[in-house]
Design a protein around this ligand. Structure first.
Ligand code: SAH
Length: 220
């Protein structure tokens, strides 16, 4: 990361990032690899320049096409919940968006397969990750609620948009003992779930209330 834009100045400086990481710790994020990655990864390059000074606030921000970059706390919480357990080799991500979640997760797993339905977002995310030197993410334009069948099964799946109920295909593409982190429910009533596939059925744990954009069918 030698690009001077990545270092940041003023409101995007290392000190501002440290404050964000401290805040995440105070809110209960304990995984040091996750905290470290968030400290070292510039979030300001994932948002419009006009919003760069707000990139280290713990808040969602617009990324165009009516979508948002997730709140850092949510990215940290989901990443931590996904990593809990044996090391992950193959992770499916639904909802690439600006690519921030993929970039946080990339050095912590072997390989990511990331699906986004809006091509404008996908293309920008690809460019950013390339600039950052992230090379273990494969992207696809498509409807992530159908998963990525040719690459299945996955030992981890992480979903950044909420459906009323958890898509069947995602459950089906989960390996035995694999885990799925997914928001589900109606607007205003969504819960973040951690689902683990067992030999016989699925174990569910509710991680808490969340607010995600809807999981939309088809490619837009
Ligand atoms: N992971 C992003 C969050 C993006 S917001 C981050 O790091 O900030 C959720 C994204 O899910 C949006 O970009 C939206 O277009 C996408 N999305 C919604 N429904 C989808 C679907 N069925 N398949 C793939 N992507 C979807």
């Amino acid at each position: 990361m030698t690009d001077p834009r990545f270092a940041g100045i003023g409101m995007t400086s290392a000190r501002t990032r440290d404050r964000l990481v401290q805040r995440l710790r105070d809110q209960g994020i304990a995984n040091l690899a996750v905290l470290d990655r968030i400290r070292n990864l510039p979030r300001h390059i994932f948002v419009d320049e006009a919003l760069a000074s707000r990139a280290y606030e713990d808040t969602a921000l617009p990324i165009g096409f009516g979508q948002t970059i997730s709140q850092p706390y949510i990215v940290a919480r989901m990443t931590e919940a996904l990593l809990e357990g044996p090391p992950l080799r193959k992770v499916l991500e639904v909802g690439t968006g600006c690519g921030y979640q993929s970039a946080v997760l990339a050095p912590l797993v072997e390989r990511i397969y990331s699906i986004e339905r809006i091509s404008g977002l996908l293309e920008r995310a690809k460019e950013r990750l390339k600039e950052l030197g992230v090379r273990n993410v494969r992207f696809k334009l498509g409807d992530g609620s159908e998963g990525w069948k040719s690459m299945a099964p996955f030992d981890g799946i992480i979903v950044a948009a909420a459906a009323l109920t958890v898509p069947e295909e995602l459950l089906a593409q989960l390996e035995v003992n694999g885990r799925l982190i997914v928001p589900a429910g109606t607007e205003g009533q969504q819960q973040l779930l951690r689902i683990v596939r067992r030999e016989q059925g699925y174990e569910r744990r509710v991680l808490g209330p969340v607010s995600f954009v809807p999981l939309v069918g088809g490619v837009g």
